[in-house]
Ligand binder design. Sequence first.
Ligand SMILES: Cc1cc2nc3c(=O)[nH]c(=O)nc-3n(C[C@H](O)[C@H](O)[C@H](O)COP(=O)(O)O)c2cc1C
Length: 318
Amino acid sequence: MNLFTPLNIKNKKLKNRVVLPPLVRFSMVEKDGLVTESLLEWYKDVAEGGAGLIIVEASCVAEDGKLRDNQIGIWEDSFIEGLSKIAAIGKKYEVPMLIQIHHAGFKEKVAEVPEELLDQILNQFVEAFKRAKKAGFDGVEIHGAHTYLISQLNSRIWNLRTDKYGGSLEKRMFFTEELIRRTKKLFNDDFILGYRMGGNEPELEDGIKIAKYLEKLGVDLIHVSSGVPNPEKKQEIKIDLPDDFPFDWVVYLGVEIKKHVNIPVIGVRNIKTEEQASFLIENEMLDLVAIGRGMIARPNWVEFAKKEYFKRTGKMVD
Ligand SMILES: Cc1cc2nc3c(=O)[nH]c(=O)nc-3n(C[C@H](O)[C@H](O)[C@H](O)COP(=O)(O)O)c2cc1C
């Protein structure tokens, strides 16, 4: 097995193990949240450049839930037309495409938000999933990482609620569990449920528990990134790495979590070269590697990696 070995997730065939992680392209989107020509051009370049899976950037379930003004929207049916143009690019180049579904949340105030407001946002997520399917995507990725709403709810240090949305692990996962339960009909062999989680929520042990819980809930694909920061220092909560681990600590979270679940795991952060990516896949440390900034620099990262692989090993990949 190598970086260019296909992988099937449900009925969808990924040509290789390289993923475009969600990347909000603020400079290509206006305040109206609509898909633009330059955004379509970007996804075309990545699809044409050989990516195995594309996860379209964070699309917001509510106008007041954006992380920045110029973020794409999915909060009304009027967005479906533009989003379907992105999905069509995936079909044309035979690259499965998920779209990330997001709400920025309330930071430290997540414990004080009225329960009815979370009920309302849950409804908005359900409607957003339906729109993603109508637009023709191959699935969705729930944004459950990086201090946004679902990450805030998952975290035992931030979510100090005492209602149905907080308390035990099960209650901190209630929002996700209910969302999955209410959208179950949408998911079949042609529609993938992905989840981007914090591998340190706040410790790796919490990340492992969350990942196992997600697998039990029927999630098809886990994407391990970072979780909420330390509330006092407002810094990422880093994990100590073994001395001989030659990659970023966020990649380590993914590698460790993969040992505890049977569904595919995507790892990410500071993976730049073909050799690094190949090492992680060939040693079965991860099922898929995401290349974010590397793809911004080189949308045809995979085509370039094939050449690098040939130079390094003498083996051709078509
Ligand atoms: C410009 C930019 C936009 C990003 N947008 C998102 C996003 O929409 N959703 C998300 O989960 N992560 C987002 N991220 C994080 C990336 O998906 C990725 O985890 C991060 O860039 C680390 O990977 P890299 O070192 O390969 O770039 C963004 C990162 C960058 C640099």
